[in-house]
Design a protein around this ligand. Structure first.
Ligand code: DP6
Length: 325
């Protein structure tokens, strides 16, 4: 029996400048570049085994067979890898998230990054970091940013060849922390893949895209100089701009809950009092609160005093996707 297998681990990531809207939905070529950092404590471990004997692809998530939609997305992705390798074998994919599924914390970035690395190695491909990032992008756009280490920029590019992510600073360059504040555990009604397709229906998307090089440059410089105030102002602005696009799309996407807004106000008040802290939100009501290692305990305490919060997951900046035994 020919059984080719590999296991990889990849972190989730939080975008400081967001990816929202594609130039090409099928290839996930984004309309704008984005910058993120990896989340060391939130990761997916994926084992992939290819075998001639398998008659179909199988997907287990946390030990249970995945729902049909998730399986189809993974089968389509495995087809890309099979084509690259020129091999026609089905795979068994066993994926474990160390954070509970259904908490509203996105797992597509860590999942497709871990799957790209484990499946490509298992099938016998030895891809460069750039090509792995390009591959992960095909599974989930934000997954391309979970391949390189630390602080990462995704260059939007114009084609499959030049749309990939690269590390712009190592994980230990700056001691930022991310606290994911879980406001709602409900599964989102409109996921990111559908949301990206709606972005162009908002009149604000054009302005958001046109202005993105300037925002990217501010964040790049803020990271380089470890300038929290500059980072904070732009991170919140960029998140608000993406949500302005979401809210003004047709149909409109309104992810914020009352507790979401209460946290945003609290964070701004804490920053005004001199604490380095800011917020950013993905496609859901949960709030990512970013601070530095020195202040994270204080922020954690302050958050636990607010009403309506079910859980907080803290992470320092994480490393690159890697293989394990
Ligand atoms: C709001 O990468 O989840 O989190 O490519 O369809 O899987 P797909 O979308 P996804 O979109 C992420 C959107 C975001 C912003 C970001 O992470 O940049």
């Amino acid at each position: 029996m020919s059984n080719l297998s590999a296991t990889a681990v990849a972190c989730a990531n939080i975008a400081l400048i967001k990816y929202w809207g594609n130039k090409n939905d099928a290839l996930r070529i984004p309309e704008n570049g984005s910058i993120s950092f990896n989340l060391d404590s939130l990761f997916t471990q994926t084992k992939v085994s290819f075998a001639q004997e398998f008659s179909s692809d199988q997907l287990l998530i946390n030990g249970k067979p995945a729902d049909p939609a998730a399986l189809i997305r993974v089968e389509t992705f495995l087809d890309i890898i099979r084509n690259l390798a020129g091999k026609r074998m089905f795979a068994k994919v066993e994926s474990e998230n160390n954070f509970p599924i259904g908490t509203g914390i996105a797992s597509s970035a860590s999942s497709f990054a871990a799957l790209s690395l484990s499946a490509s190695i298992a099938i016998g491909l030895d891809l460069s970091e750039k090509d792995l990032s390009r591959l992960a992008r095909r599974g989930s756009g934000s997954a391309c940013r979970s391949i390189p280490a630390g602080y990462v920029e995704w260059y939007p590019g114009k084609s499959d060849e030049d749309s990939y992510a690269e590390s712009i600073a190592p994980a230990n360059y700056w001691n930022l922390m991310d606290l994911v504040v879980v406001v709602s555990q409900e599964h989102k009604k409109v996921g990111s893949t559908e949301g990206h397709k709606l972005a162009c229906s908002s009149p604000f998307q054009k302005i958001r895209i046109e202005n993105s090089p300037e925002r990217l440059s501010v964040i790049r410089n803020a990271i380089r100089r470890k300038d929290f105030q500059a980072l904070a102002d732009m991170v919140e602005k960029d998140s608000n701009m993406m949500h302005a696009v979401m809210m003004t799309s047709s149909p409109s996407l309104l992810y914020w809950q009352p507790t979401t807004i209460a946290i945003m106000h609290a964070v701004q008040e804490w920053r005004r009092s001199g604490i380095p802290v800011c917020y950013t939100l993905d496609a859901g009501p949960n709030v990512h609160v970013i601070t530095t290692k020195d202040y994270y305990k204080l922020i954690h305490e302050k958050l636990s005093e607010l009403a309506g919060i079910s859980q907080v997951y803290s992470s320092k900046v994480g490393g690159k996707a890697h293989l394990i035994e």
